[in-house]
Design a protein around this ligand. Sequence first.
Ligand SMILES: NC(=O)c1ccc[n+]([C@@H]2O[C@H](COP(=O)([O-])OP(=O)(O)OC[C@H]3O[C@@H](n4cnc5c(N)ncnc54)[C@H](O)[C@@H]3O)[C@@H](O)[C@H]2O)c1
Length: 351
Amino acid sequence: MKVLITGSSGLIGSELVSYFDPRSHAVVGLDNNMRADFFGPEGDTQWNLRRLRDTTQHFRHYDLDVRDRVGLANLFKSEGPFDLIVHCAAQPSHDLAATRPFDDFDVNAGGTLNLLEVTRQQSAEAVFILMSTNKVYGDAPNDIPLKELDRRWDYALPGDYDGVTEEMRIDRSKHSLFGASKVAADILTQEYGRYFGMKTHCLRGGCLTGPNHSGVELHGFLSYLVKTQLTEQTYRVFGYKGKQVRDNIHSYDVARAIDAIAQAPRCGEVYNLGGERANACSILEAFDHVERLSGKMMTYEYMNRAREGDHICYISSMARFRAHYPQWGITKSLEDIFGEIIDAWTARLRR
Ligand SMILES: NC(=O)c1ccc[n+]([C@@H]2O[C@H](COP(=O)([O-])OP(=O)(O)OC[C@H]3O[C@@H](n4cnc5c(N)ncnc54)[C@H](O)[C@@H]3O)[C@@H](O)[C@H]2O)c1
C-alpha cells in the first residue's frame, strides 16, 4: 500500500509511520510542526521526526501545511495516488481553540476539506480515515446519570455500563470551538462517503495516548500527567473533584484499528475508538497508578472551575467497531500504558 499520514510527527501519526513502515508499505508523512506553534517548545515534535527518520526504511517526510491546497495537490501529483490516507494533523486542544479560533477552524475543518477534496480529485479509490474526537458529542455525555464513588464518577444505570455509543447526539450541546471545528471535519468526512461514495471513516477518539506524545497541559492528558508527577511539578485539576473519568487507548491499538479498516473498508462510517471500561481511570486514580509504578507522589492544585464543555465520565463503547472488525481487540492494558509512558519520560528527561 501507498500510505499518506498527515500530522506524522504527532502521537498517532508517528505511531502509524512506525506501524506501516516495517510492513513494507511506502509511507509518506506530512507535518509542519504546528504543535510547537500551538503549545510552545514543550509541544515541539522535531524529536519525534528525528526518531522516525532514524528508525524507518521507506518513510518520506514533507514539511507541509494541510491548509496549503496547492501544496497538497502537488504532493498528490508527485507521490500519489495513495491507497490509504490517515488524517491526524490537527489543532487538538479544546481550551486553546478559544484563543485561536481562526487557526483552529482553518486547520481542523478547512484542512480536512482540503484533504478530502484532493483525495477525491487524485486518489478517489483510497481508504480515508479521519481522526475525529469524542468532543463531537460536546457535553451531551454529561446528561448520562452518574454516581459518585470514592475516587471516580461512574455511570449510575446498568444500561450505560459499557459507555457512550455513536447514537449519542452531536448537536444541542456545548462543544468548545475545537469540538465545533471537529464536528465540521467529521460531517464533511461522512459526506464524502455518503455523497461521493468514497471509502471514508471517522474515528471518534477518547483519550489516545502512548510513549511518543509531546504532552502539554492543554493536550495529552496521561503524557502530561506522568511528566508532571515524575518532575515533581504541580498538576492543576480542573473541577469535578479530580474524579473525572477518561478511557485511554494506546496509539499502537489505534494503529491496529486503522489497519483493520484499511483491509476491509466501508463507506461514510463512524466509530468510537477508546480504551473502553477496562482502560478507564479518573485523574485521582491516574495519580495512584503513577505513584505505585514510579514511587513519586503527585502534588496538585485544585481549581474549582471545570474546563468548558469537559466530560465528567467518558467511556467509549466500541461495540460497533468490534461488530465490524471482530479480529481487533485491545492489546495494551492501562498498566502497560502507564509503564511505557513512565519509561519514555524517564529516558527523555535524562537527555
Ligand atoms: N490525543 C488524544 O487524546 C486525541 C483524542 C481524540 C482525538 N484526537 C485526534 O487525533 C488526531 C491526532 O492527535 P494527536 O494526539 O496525535 O495530536 P498531536 O498534536 O500529537 O499530532 C498532530 C500533529 O499535527 C501537526 N499539525 C498541526 N497542524 C498542522 C497543519 N496545519 N499542517 C500539518 N501538520 C499539522 C502537529 O505538528 C502535530 O505533529 C487529532 O486530529 C486529534 O484531534 C486525539
